[in-house]
Design a protein around this ligand. Structure first.
Ligand code: 2RA
Length: 292
């Protein structure tokens, strides 16, 4: 029997991962571990741990585990580590990529919307502002949010991750560098602000893209609707409707009033599902099907 271990079962992503793996139809055994447990030999280990623990586990488990799927940001930009959204770049996984990274949630929403347009247009510039849910900050932040008088209650806070010396946040640079890697566009220009808002679950992004030629809105909507787990809606979709769903929803597509090469649209998606555990589960599914 094939074995898949989830390490770090107590965090929000670890818990979601447990229920996500139950959706896989092919037979395998799931084992769950705390981060300090002794881990036996496994076919696949899913690391739902923070960066330093993931680094330690990746070293410790190298010879005992065939594939590791890391949900942290520790290895996302490492050479030789594929950063995978199965709908977009499943081809990056091979028998010689024992460590696979799952991307940042906000990046995931953005690139899900850009990938179907890549065969149709060149992206001259991409701008986004995120409206990120509290659940993306983990259990501690969610508990804080539920405490009366929380700073996040009825508020938006333009700082996610760490503030870097150059004035950007770590979350903003993930939006830039991870998008380039997943889309395989090394010079993609992504300008962004990332903002935490007082919404319990599901991230949203307001996006503006400058294309290399006049936008055909009908074609763009069709490309989105033909892409797996992506849906364009003529009506407004908000985080309330997106929560608990596997779909990344897009609405409010329009051309710029002065520049017909520029489009604007709104994205919302469940950050704990497509932005984390569902994407990890899809990677596990691929590995079970093709590599273990
Ligand atoms: C957040 N992107 O929403 C992060 C989750 N890793 O804080």
């Amino acid at each position: 029997m094939k074995t898949v271990g989830i390490i770090g079962i107590n965090g929000m992503v670890g818990q979601k991962m447990r229920s996500e793996l139950d959706k896989i139809k092919s037979p395998f055994e799931v084992k769950t571990f705390g981060r300090h447990d002794n881990i036996p030999a496994l076919d696949i280990a899913v690391l739902c741990t923070d960066n330093p623990v993931s680094r330690q586990l990746a070293a410790d488990l190298k010879n005992r585990v065939k594939f590791m799927v890391d949900m942290s940001s520790e290895f996302r930009m490492s050479e030789g580590v594929p950063l995978v959204i199965p709908e977009i770049n499943a081809h990056a996984i091979t028998k010689d990529t024992p460590l696979i990274a799952s991307p940042n949630c906000t990046t995931t929403g953005l690139v899900m919307s850009l990938a179907p347009l890549k065969p149709l247009y060149r992206f001259e510039e991409v701008f986004f502002c995120s409206y990120q849910a509290i659940s993306g900050g983990g259990k501690k932040l969610l508990d804080d949010f539920h405490t009366p008088g929380s700073y996040y209650e009825k508020n938006c806070v333009p700082l996610i991750g760490s503030l870097l010396e150059n004035g950007h946040t770590s979350e903003e640079l993930k939006g830039l560098y991870e998008s380039r890697k997943i889309l395989e566009i090394p010079d993609l220009k992504v300008y962004c602000h990332t903002v935490r808002v007082g919404v319990e679950n599901s991230h949203s992004l307001g996006v503006t893209v400058r294309l290399n030629k006049s936008a055909d809105l009908q074609k763009i909507k069709e490309a989105w609707n033909q892409f797996p787990h992506l849906q364009y809606n003529e009506k407004v979709i908000t985080p309330k409707e997106a929560s608990g769903q596997e779909t990344t929803f897009i609405c409010r597509l329009r051309k710029d009033v002065e520049d017909e090469n520029v489009i604007h649209y709104f994205i919302t998606f469940d950050n704990l599902l497509k932005g984390a555990a569902m994407n990890g589960r899809q990677i596990v599914e691929l590995l079970l099907e093709h590599f273990v």
